[in-house]
Design a protein around this ligand. Structure first.
Ligand SMILES: NC(=O)c1ccc[n+]([C@@H]2O[C@H](COP(=O)([O-])OP(=O)(O)OC[C@H]3O[C@@H](n4cnc5c(N)ncnc54)[C@H](OP(=O)(O)O)[C@@H]3O)[C@@H](O)[C@H]2O)c1
Length: 236
């Protein structure tokens, strides 16, 4: 029995990078996917429906759920994947870039998780999975705000795990290491390679490393796994 069959997954940042590959995986497993992203859809699938929303706009994030409710009364799994990164020394970080990271990486997952939890409370089952980063643990120079938002995702999940546990909802975080994407391409390759070199498993992440943990958190069998952060590659 597929983990995702007959389930609806709300996935943010479904158009590109890691999110797109998560969408492909869930759709190939027979699941329904609701994508939250800006702009028009980059692909079509009969079980994929995209809602266009700018996650940096808190009012728009809450408002989009009125449209989602007209489309479905079922959200079983949330994957808060969308993220933005501006890497810059704190002294010269543009405030607008810092604000954008807080809005997209932390406030949007908070708003989406609590709106989705209202669906899950009715069905007495749910899985909330946040895509964090090794930066939350490694705290690299230049990533003060980014790392703080990713650390904040674990805190969000841990508190929500307590608030939503009584109606069968688990909340966990996957701290991913470096994987090739538009986001990674923004960073100097030598800086990333230096970090990767010192991980217990000294290689870049592959999509299957990520899907493995998402499947684990999403599984029926993981009802007793909540308020956990799993880092890839041996980061702790
Ligand atoms: N790649 C890595 O090495 C790495 C490492 C650690 C953690 N992560 C985390 O993994 C997740 C996925 O990263 P990625 O590498 O796949 O990034 P990416 O290639 O830059 O893709 C980011 C996704 O987020 C969406 N997004 C960004 N800002 C948005 C906004 N304001 N409103 C709506 N959607 C927005 C993008 O959609 P648009 O098309 O609308 O821009 C895109 O689908 C992120 O949370 C990131 O922090 C990545």
């Amino acid at each position: 029995m597929s983990i995702y069959k007959d389930k609806t997954t709300l996935l943010t940042g479904s158009t590109r990078g890691v999110g797109r590959q998560i969408a492909d995986h869930i759709l190939a497993s027979g699941g329904n996917v609701i994508g939250f992203a800006r702009g028009t859809s980059t692909f079509e699938h009969e079980q994929y429906r995209q809602f266009n929303v700018d996650l940096s706009d808190a009012t728009a994030v809450t408002a989009i759920f009125n449209e989602v409710r007209r489309h479905t009364n079922q959200i079983d799994i949330v994957i808060n994947n969308a993220g933005v990164l501006t890497s810059q020394y704190a002294m010269i970080m543009p405030p607008a870039a810092a604000q954008s990271m807080v809005n997209v990486n932390l406030l949007a997952p908070f708003l989406i998780s609590r709106e989705a939890a209202k669906f899950m409370r009715k069905s007495k089952w749910g899985r909330i999975i946040n895509i964090g980063s090794m930066a939350a643990s490694l705290e690299p120079i230049g990533d003060s705000v980014y790392a703080a938002t990713k650390a904040g995702l674990s805190t969000l999940a841990n508190v929500m795990a307590k608030e939503f546990g009584s109606f069968g909802v688990t909340c966990n975080t996957l701290g991913i290491s470096a994987i090739d994407s538009d986001m990674l391409a923004q960073l100097p390759r030598d800086k990333i390679e230096e970090i990767i070199k010192h991980l217990p498993v000294a290689r870049f992440a592959e999509i299957d490393d990520i899907l493995n943990i998402i499947d684990f958190f999403a599984s029926e069998r993981s009802s007793y796994v909540t308020a956990q952060t799993v880092f890839l590659g041996g980061v702790n």
